[in-house]
Design a protein around this ligand. Sequence first.
Ligand code: C2E
Ligand code: MG
Ligand code: MG
Length: 396
Amino acid sequence: MTFTANEIRKALNDGEICAFYQPLYDTVTSKIKSSEALARWIKPDGSVISPFFFIPVAEESDLIMDIDWYIVELVCKTLVKQEGSSRHRISINFSRRHIYEENFTEKLSAIVDSYELSHKLIEIEITESAMVNDAQKILEWINAARSAGFRIAIDDFGSGLSSLQFVKDVPADVLKIDKSLLSQNCENEKERIVLESIFNFAHRLHMRTVAEGVETKEQLAFLRTCGCERIQGYIFAKPMPEADYVAICRLDKNAEEPADILQLQSPASAVNLLMGVIFRRYPLVIFSNLTRNSFYMMAYQNFTSTSCPSAGVFDELIMHGAETMYPDDKEAFATTFDRENLIRDYEKGKSEVRLVTRQLGDDGVYRRVETTVYYVKSDSSDDLLTITLCDNLPDK
Ligand code: C2E
Ligand code: MG
Ligand code: MG
């Protein structure tokens, strides 16, 4: 089945292109959280043509841009029909051609505003393969859309041309992991390692994760252990017409007696929540290996946040830290957290080392900081490891 651009354009003008919706579910609670709009061509005889047969042709010219903008209008109309808690964010696929479209963000804002909808309800999906060329242009495009309040998802991550190097610099909110990375039952050890690393990578960069194309219970069980937040796949629902989507959102909302989250929670997601609490409580969390003289910042939102590298040599970190201390506190800081001294304290049986100092912030103001080094043990290493929590204390 092949179509020409003219046939597709005619279908668009005749209103035969429409949006189907596929819900995304919360991995732990199995409730609908958002959805993706997927173009379909409905022929007058009622047959449904998959985008596979017309999107690639449309992609060859600016016709794809007209289709995408048309889908934006349809999505807004759907959102207007939904109300209250049955209304969820909808993500829309945008061809890479939009990256070069002038005033893209203004145009999207104008359409969404004309329906009096919040920009937060719209997520922009851009496929990872669009990210290979012209990094600067893409970053500008994404930043503009994000500052207007739209969410950004990187689609089809892992489908081929991924550049971790580049994705790490993209300020995206969501990473959608391509279905090609998931085998039927996720039982291959190497495949699991690759997936676990991707989820880890995304979470460290504060991106939410979606697994696409989830079809089996085994895949779902494995994804739960990875802390993957959202599931999109036939295991829960296929893409469906608007009326069905609106109806299941309403039902999902009315479903009585939500299950107790504590009964459903996988250990990984519970640990993620706990980490969230720790990162909220302690703006600076450092993981260090005293034996190897290395460190990295697990969280770094302290008031000195622009002045220190986020990974490197432990001795240099302490030297750098001492430089930012109030003159009277410099020596105490450098001695207490000197690596040799910390190792000696551990050997003497201490389980933690704590010190309060006054530290200079980027704004030129000294603040009281409590630094606590906890010795920790890893099953996989004999090295002496520590987790350091830094707390900003109130002024006296
Ligand atoms: P995509 O954005 O990666 O969308 C996900 C695709 O995976 C959809 O295919 C969806 O139906 C399919 N899928 C979801 N769950 C499962 C599953 O459990 N198993 C399997 N085997 N497949 C699953 P669909 O709807 O055929 O769309 C194909 C592609 O066409 C989309 O991939 C997207 O790249 C493109 N596309 C669709 N609509 C639009 C549009 O409005 N604009 C643009 N630019 N591209 C679109
Ligand atoms: Mg997509
Ligand atoms: Mg995809």
